[in-house]
Design a binder for this molecule. Structure first.
Ligand SMILES: NC(=O)C1=CN([C@@H]2O[C@H](COP(=O)(O)OP(=O)(O)OC[C@H]3O[C@@H](n4cnc5c(N)ncnc54)[C@H](OP(=O)(O)O)[C@@H]3O)[C@@H](O)[C@H]2O)C=CC1
Ligand SMILES: Cc1cn([C@H]2C[C@H](O)[C@@H](COP(=O)(O)OP(=O)(O)O[C@H]3O[C@@H](C)C(=O)[C@@H](O)[C@H]3O)O2)c(=O)[nH]c1=O
Length: 287
């Protein structure tokens, strides 16, 4: 009997998993409220692991405020590293497999070649560093883990670049967006589908995998796509990273190579613009 528990269930990816699990009629998945499943509280983790005796735990909990993390290093490290390690320890004790979500921001991004799972990780931000430390802590504790690195998540849930652009586009005549950071957006609904496909495949092909949508774009082109598809009349000006100072540094190139996940789990990945259309359609329907 499978039993899946989800941490960080109220976040963007948690909500997408809820949606996709509902559509797939998976009824053995439990979305844990944060107050009952704080990944920093060993006492609460003891209770939920004992209650559910999970076969899989999915960790959607994270500290994701990239700029703020530069000033809140201890909190970012506690959630992204210690929290992940706590889950790995509990999974080991209960014979569960851990699905961890990581990020393209573990990479430096100074080489314009798609990044494989073996590419050297050299984070340039506190967020990226603490996420990498989380990956490493899990790997030291547990063999039975799927660590899925993804990039530029967006969806109809939570806060993300698509929703920010639609808000700015509605308020302003002009938006300036960085054109020299290149990567691939990922519709979090597509990622949720991939996670549930991996879990239900029962393959035990543990390890690190890369997943984003297909294609390559810049934040500027992504913004253009958002405004084109939504029919928002706003001028978008391409700018350099140096013209948009932020607390945290971000990789200039972070396109993930998805060959491994496609070959191992027979996953078909949608093109980023097709998924963006699907998301904007959903957002328009709820307005
Ligand atoms: N967003 C993105 O663009 C990308 C995200 N990722 C990774 O994907 C994963 C999911 O991201 P996403 O859904 O967008 O992130 P969100 O920030 O939307 O969700 C994270 C969730 O974790 C919860 N959380 C924080 N601390 C704890 C804790 N101690 N115990 C339990 N829950 C906690 C948050 O609750 P609260 O809000 O109450 O603090 C929030 O609900 C993360 O691992 C992230 O690093 C990877 C690449 C891109
Ligand atoms: C709002 C805005 C952002 N930008 C730039 C800043 C930044 O380089 C880029 C994206 O900005 P955001 O702050 O929305 O996104 P950011 O928080 O940097 O997104 C990252 O989040 C973490 C959690 C990840 O793991 C990454 O994969 C990535 O998705 O767009 C502009 O150029 N103009 C704007 O008006």
């Amino acid at each position: 009997m499978q039993n899946i528990i989800v941490f960080g269930a109220s976040g963007q990816l948690g909500n997408c998993l809820k949606k996709v699990a509902g559509e797939r009629k998976i009824d053995y998945i439990h979305f844990l409220p944060e107050e009952e499943a704080d990944i920093l509280r060993g006492d609460l983790l003891d209770i939920v692991f004992e209650k559910y005796k999970p076969t899989f735990a999915i960790n959607c909990a994270a500290y994701t405020a990239v700029d703020k993390a530069e000033d809140e290093v201890d909190l970012a490290r506690a959630i992204n590293k210690t929290g992940a390690a706590n889950l790995a320890t509990h999974c080991k004790a209960y014979g569960a497999t851990l699905v961890q979500i990581s990020t393209d921001f573990i990479f430096k991004g100074d080489v314009a070649l798609p990044l494989t799972e073996e590419a050297i990780a050299e984070p340039i931000s506190v967020y990226g560093l603490t996420k990498l430390e989380g990956e490493q802590a899990i790997a030291e504790i547990l063999d039975e883990h799927y660590t899925i690195r993804t990039s530029w998540l967006y969806s109809e849930y939570g806060n993300n670049f698509v929703k920010t652009m639609l808000r700015l586009g509605a308020d302003r005549d002009e938006v300036k967006v960085i054109a020299d950071q290149v990567g691939t957006p990922t519709y979090a609904i597509d990622l949720a589908e991939a996670i549930l496909t991996i879990i239900t495949a029962g393959k035990k092909a543990y390890g690190i995998y890369h997943y984003s949508n297909e294609g390559v774009t810049s934040w500027y082109d992504f913004a253009k796509g958002i405004f084109d598809i939504s029919g928002t009349d706003v001028k978008v000006l391409p700018i350099r990273t140096s013209e948009y100072p932020t607390n945290a540094q971000r990789p200039a190139y972070s396109v993930l190579d998805k060959a491994k996940i496609k070959a191992t789990f027979n996953i078909e990945i949608p093109y980023w613009r097709d998924s963006l259309k699907a998301c904007i359609k959903k957002l328009a329907a709820v307005q």
